[in-house]
Structure formats: structure tokens, C-alpha cells
Ligand binder design. Structure first.
Ligand code: PLP
Length: 405
């Protein structure tokens, strides 16, 4: 029996794996010490658990455990990386290079720093969602201190060539920071092979708990330093103070271990489901995949259904499928997605997009239901749409001058 609603919003957050919950439980009620309490066994046991989790987290990304700074999530890690580098390397320069399609945690941090005197270059992307590496290199100046480019995009799943990006940055002695919230645990990420200096990631995007994440900070060649953004106590080698969330960190560690063991199998099972869903939905006329279909996460598909509003579509699902649309997903306003607009989509196509985020628990039965429900709803909405009727009558809607009120 298919249980409704179907959850296809795994890019927003994933459920906790039951094995993660099981690993966490003792750390609420039995091993409840403060990991910073050095004077008694309760503290030692908590510290031991954190040390073990730090190894699990580091192993997933090929890092040394000492290079892992636990945070409250990727938003905080993004803030710490960018603000921390900006302050620490102020003597070298004030220029940061990023892209137009970063997560708000990166974009808003850059906006904040611009008010404080930072110079930020926002690289454009093509319709596949890719930056131009020549443009990246041309943007670097002697004042450039950081290149901050996401590993994989949360809306369209497009994967950036981080190795090539870091090769270019290294040639000019510039640090590379990447937000790998969507990539870590889903595709192989190796901070050394990829030449990454700082990397933000989050437990709740990889079947771990919410409210915990990490910043990887390289310790060797080069030794990277960031100015702390939260002071007090000097936890996490002085880079991030605050009592550690021991159960959360234990869960994060377990989630990383499971992803490392299972990501390949997960991808082999999920990608064909994603492809089947996409193929079926592209049977609908005037439907388009947004972003690259080759350089992409295995579980994401972003599709626009022209002449249908994403929000209307979702209402049409009558709460039976949990998804995100290209409208209003990042804020309370009805602005269409800035990521889709950066790909060159007009407001109409951006508004008519839906993000399908599959995950570890997605089933074939759920995909069958989704194909049926989306197909029926798109057809139903189009049957009621005057624009669709005009399109079918051969009117070229792009050439019509609309009256604006
Ligand atoms: C989810 C996400 C974040 C924010 O992570 P939190 O742990 O929820 O703060 C940042 N960047 C990307 C790309 C994300 O997908």
C-alpha cells in the first residue's frame, strides 16, 4: 500500500536514517556529559564519542579529524568560512569570487561583507548552470582572497568542476571554499584530490539530524585560518565556541559512515528512478529539464511545465506529494527562483518549475504515483488555461505584447 503524502523534497532535508537515531539515543539520557568537561568520566565519554564522530566525518571527505570544525549546520559553516577568511586575510585583500547560483547562506554572507567593504564578483552561469572557467581566472586579481563556489546546486543538482576551479585558484595563490551540502554523502568528495581549502556541509542533507554540520578547514599546504565568528570557551580549536551538540555530532558521524558505505549503491538505485520519472514527465508537451542532465546529482531533477504555474501544480497535487517549486521557495515573497533566472529562464518558465528531490527511501511505487499525479494535474490545468489554448491554436505567445497594470 502506498502511503501518502510522497516525500520528494530531499534537497530541502532528508529524514534521519533509523540507524542514525539509534546511534544518537544513548547520548541524550546515558552519556549526557559535556564534551568539554575534562574532570570526570561523563565528560570523557562524551569527548570520546565526539572524537569518534569527528573521524567518521573526516573519513567521508578524505580529511584529517583535526580539520573538522563542528557547527550548527551548513549556514553557519558558510558564514564562518567566508567571514572568517575575509577577516583573517584582510591584509592580503578584500576580493571574493562566487557565483550567481549559490545558496543564500553564501550570497547573503557576501552581501553582508560588501557593506563592510568587500568587493564581490558574482560569476554568471550558462543555461546548463555551468560557470566559465576562463571568466573565473580573468576575475582573479592580486586582491582576491577567496573563491567560494558550491560543489552541487540545491535547486538543479548541477555539479561544479571543483578540481579545475581549485587548480585555477591555486595557480594564483587564492583559497578555495565550497558549499558541499548537497554533494557530501551523495557523490564522492575528497578535499585533497579536489584541492579544497574550506568546505561546508550539513548532517540533515545526508540522513542525519538537523542543526549540526561542519566546516572543513585545511591544516597543511596551505595551513588555513579563519577568524572565529562565535566567541566564548574556545571550543573547536578556538574557531567555534559553544558546548558541542554531542548527540547531533554522533548522529552526523553515523550518517557520514553510512553514506560512505552506501552512497554508490544508493546512487545506483536512485538515479534510474529519477531518470524514469524525468523521461515520463518529458512526454508531456512543452516540458523542459532545467540545468545540465549530465553533470548532475543522481537524485535531483528540476522540470518546467510551460503554461502551468508551479504553485498551482502543487495545489493540484492536493498535498499528496511534497515538492518544491521554483516559486517562493526561498522566501515569503512570490519571486521566482534566482537560480532558474540565472540559467536564463523567463519568469513564466521559472514559475512553472518543480524540483524533484529523490532520496534513500524513495520507492518505485512512489515514482509511479508521482508520474501519474503530475501528468494528470498538468493536463487538467492546461485544459483550463487560456494561454494553453492560444498556444495550441498556434499563437506565438512570446511575441504578444501584454498590457501591464
Ligand atoms: C541546505 C543547504 C544549506 C543550509 O544548510 P543548513 O544546515 O540547513 O544550515 C546551505 N547550502 C546548501 C547548498 C544547502 O543545500
Amino acid at each position: 500500500m502506498l502511503k501518502l503524502p510522497v516525500y520528494l523534497d530531499n534537497n530541502a532535508t532528508t529524514p534521519c536514517d533509523p540507524r542514525v537515531v539509534e546511534a544518537m539515543l544513548p547520548y541524550f539520557t546515558e552519556v549526557y556529559g559535556n564534551a568539554a568537561s575534562r574532570s570526570h568520566p561523563f565528560g570523557w565519554a562524551a569527548e570520546e564519542a565526539v572524537d569518534y564522530a569527528r573521524e567518521q566525518v573526516a573519513k567521508l571527505i578524505g580529511a584529517d579529524p583535526k580539520e573538522i570544525i563542528f557547527t550548527s549546520g551548513a549556514t553557519e559553516a558558510d558564514n564562518l568560512a567566508i567571514k572568517g577568511v575575509y577577516e583573517m586575510y584582510a591584509a592580503k585583500g578584500n576580493h571574493i569570487i562566487t557565483t550567481e547560483i549559490e545558496h543564500k547562506a553564501v550570497l547573503d554572507t557576501c552581501k553582508h561583507l560588501e557593506k563592510q567593504g568587500a568587493l564581490v564578483t558574482y560569476l554568471k552561469v550558462n543555461k546548463e548552470g555551468a560557470i566559465d572557467l576562463k571568466e573565473l581566472e580573468a576575475a582573479i586579481t592580486p586582491q582576491t582572497i577567496l573563491v567560494a563556489i558550491m560543489y552541487a546546486n540545491n535547486e538543479i543538482g548541477v555539479i561544479n568542476p571543483i578540481r579545475e576551479i581549485s587548480t585555477i585558484a591555486k595557480r594564483h595563490g587564492v583559497l578555495v571554499m565550497t558549499d558541499a551540502s548537497q554533494a557530501a554523502g551523495k557523490i564522492p568528495v575528497d578535499v585533497n584530490a579536489d584541492g579544497i581549502d574550506l568546505m561546508a556541509f550539513s548532517a540533515h542533507k545526508m540522513y542525519g539530524p538537523k542543526g549540526v554540520g561542519a566546516l572543513y578547514v585545511r591544516r597543511k599546504s596551505p595551513r588555513v585560518k579563519v577568524t572565529a565568528q562565535i566567541d566564548g570557551g574556545g571550543h573547536e580549536r578556538g574557531m567555534r565556541s559553544g558546548t558541542l551538540n554531542v548527540p547531533g555530532i554522533v548522529g552526523f558521524g553515523k550518517a557520514c559512515e553510512l553514506c560512505q558505505l552506501e552512497m554508490e549503491e544508493d546512487a545506483k538505485r536512485i538515479a534510474p528512478m529519477r531518470d524514469r520519472l524525468e523521461k515520463a514527465l518529458l512526454q508531456l508537451e512543452e516540458s523542459y529539464v532545467n540545468g545540465s542532465t549530465t553533470n548532475r546529482l543522481p537524485q535531483t531533477s528540476n522540470i518546467s511545465f510551460k503554461y502551468v504555474e508551479g504553485e498551482g501544480l502543487m495545489m493540484g497535487f492536493n498535498k499528496t506529494i511534497a515538492l518544491s517549486s521554483g516559486s517562493a521557495c526561498t522566501s515569503a515573497s512570490l519571486e521566482p527562483s534566482y537560480v532558474l533566472k540565472a540559467l536564463g529562464l523567463g519568469d513564466d518558465l521559472a514559475h512553472s518549475s518543480i524540483r524533484f528531490g529523490l532520496g534513500r527511501y524513495t520507492t518505485d511505487e512512489q515514482i509511479d504515483y508521482t508520474i501519474q499525479c503530475v501528468t494528470d494535474t498538468v493536463n487538467k490545468l492546461r485544459d483550463m488555461s487560456p494561454l494553453w489554448e492560444m498556444f495550441k491554436d498556434g499563437v506565438d505567445l512570446d511575441t504578444i505584447e501584454w498590457e501591464h497594470h
